[in-house]
Design a protein around this ligand. Structure first.
Ligand SMILES: C[S@@+](CC[C@H](N)C(=O)[O-])C[C@H]1O[C@@H](n2cnc3c(N)ncnc32)[C@H](O)[C@@H]1O
Length: 391
């Protein structure tokens, strides 16, 4: 691997992204980078028509390798995005000299759309109407469930309504790091609150047909937005171009959830995809997603992967060295939990009973007190009246 990246780069592109009816479905794959060059039909949007439109920039890199420029054993790359992310993203390999994929991967902040998605096909009447009366942010067009619509500059409100979440491509500090047995992963250096937007899943947006011809398919994500015609579902392939989300590994107890969203273009075929935090995430935690059963079945069947290396207690495909929890153990734990729930319910009922009792006593005392007060105040009131009269 060279000590300069000299990335091949496509012209900066276009559009948008994603959601949650999204069953995660990374498809499968072989992983021979050499045979997986970008297809010549891929262009950046809006929509250059040939490879002539692809901008190739050779750029000196600020990469720093721990053992000098030619020996890559253990290395640190200060910013894999080469300045394209507002917050630099470090790559750290303190295990060996494995490369993260610098020969094929270029960090990209925007999706790249294939020529099949032609700009002329965009039906703006379904989306933002520039200076128009319709404010799509308020409109909340709902093609299917679990889709988010974001405001944008073209909107009637000029993006002032605050209905945005993805404008900061990656709102937290992330770091790519070498993980034994799984290549690289991505961890957050900041704590992330449950429900926060974490990262857009950027890549080449291609058809299923195009996806099927690609050699490396294990990084792809299918957006199932066409329940009626699955052939029209689109696939986002971050293998060559993408964000940190390209490095999200699988966990059977994932901390991120996928979703589909639309910003400038609201054509159902032009979704963007992203991830939200499923729970509070502590700093220095690896960000993980669920690849889905389909992905695992396919990859195990194709011999691409043998078992899962996640840390989840209830891993669904644990390795041979990892003791798999038995059904008896699961049942015993369930019984114990049920017992604990029963005890908690009992204790809760007891506490409620005590609270009710205390409230009843308090009420009784108040009633009693006000009766007494009435009886002691009554003559005084009369005497006041009397004295008033005297005045
Ligand atoms: C989308 S990539 C994730 C990034 C990848 N680790 C890398 O270094 O580029 C998917 C690949 O990562 C590896 N991987 C991800 N999660 C894994 C897991 N839980 N167990 C084993 N391998 C995993 C597999 O090789 C899989 O094909």
């Amino acid at each position: 691997m060279a000590d300069e990246k000299g990335h091949r780069r496509r012209s900066s592109s276009i559009v948008s992204v994603s959601s949650d009816s999204i069953h995660s479905s990374f498809l499968t794959a072989s992983s021979t980078p050499a045979s997986s060059k970008p297809s010549s039909s891929m262009v950046s949007s809006p929509i250059p028509s040939s490879d002539d439109d692809i901008l190739i920039i050779e750029q000196p890199s600020a990469n720093r390798y721990a053992d000098g420029p030619h020996m890559r054993k253990h290395y640190v790359i200060e910013d894999i995005s080469d300045g394209r992310s507002a917050i630099p993203i470090r790559v750290v390999n303190d295990i060996d000299d494995m490369d993260y994929g610098s020969d094929v991967f270029v960090f990209s902040v925007e999706n790249l759309y294939s020529h099949t998605a032609d700009a002329s096909e965009i039906d703006v009447t379904q989306g933002p109407v520039p200076n128009g009366k319709i404010d799509p942010c308020q409109e909340r067009i709902d093609f299917y469930d679990n889709v988010l619509y974001e405001c944008c500059e073209e909107c009637g409100c000029k993006a002032k309504c605050g209905n945005t979440f993805s404008t900061k491509l990656m709102p937290y500090r992330y770091e790519l790091f070498r993980r034994r047995n799984v290549g690289f992963g991505c961890r957050t250096l900041d704590a992330i609150q449950k429900g926060s937007f974490v990262c857009e899943f950027v890549g080449e947006v291609i058809t299923k047909e195009q996806a099927a011809t690609r050699t490396v398919q294990s990084f792809m994500y299918t957006s199932y937005h066409h329940p009626a015609d699955s052939d029209l579902d689109t696939v986002v392939d971050p293998y060559f171009y993408g964000t940190c989300a390209r490095f999200f590994n699988h966990s059977c107890d994932e901390n991120l959830l996928p979703f589909r969203f639309y910003r400038e273009f609201r054509q159902v075929e032009w979704p963007r995809m992203g991830f939200f935090a499923k729970c509070d995430i502590k700093r220095n935690t690896e960000l993980t997603i669920d690849y889905g059963t389909e992905w695992w079945e396919m990859n195990i069947r194709n011999g691409m992967i043998e078992y899962c290396c996640c840390d989840a207690d209830f891993c669904l495909n644990p390795g041979p060295n990892r003791r798999q929890i038995t059904e008896a153990e699961i049942e015993a734990e369930c019984e114990q939990l049920e017992q604990e729930v029963k005890e908690i319910r009992k204790r809760l009922a007891e506490l409620n009973r005590q609270v009710k009792h205390k409230n009843a006593v308090k009420r009784a005392r108040m009633v009693d007190g006000s009766k007494k007060e009435r009886s002691t105040n009554a003559p005084r009131a009369r005497s006041t009246r009397n004295s008033n009269r005297q005045w």
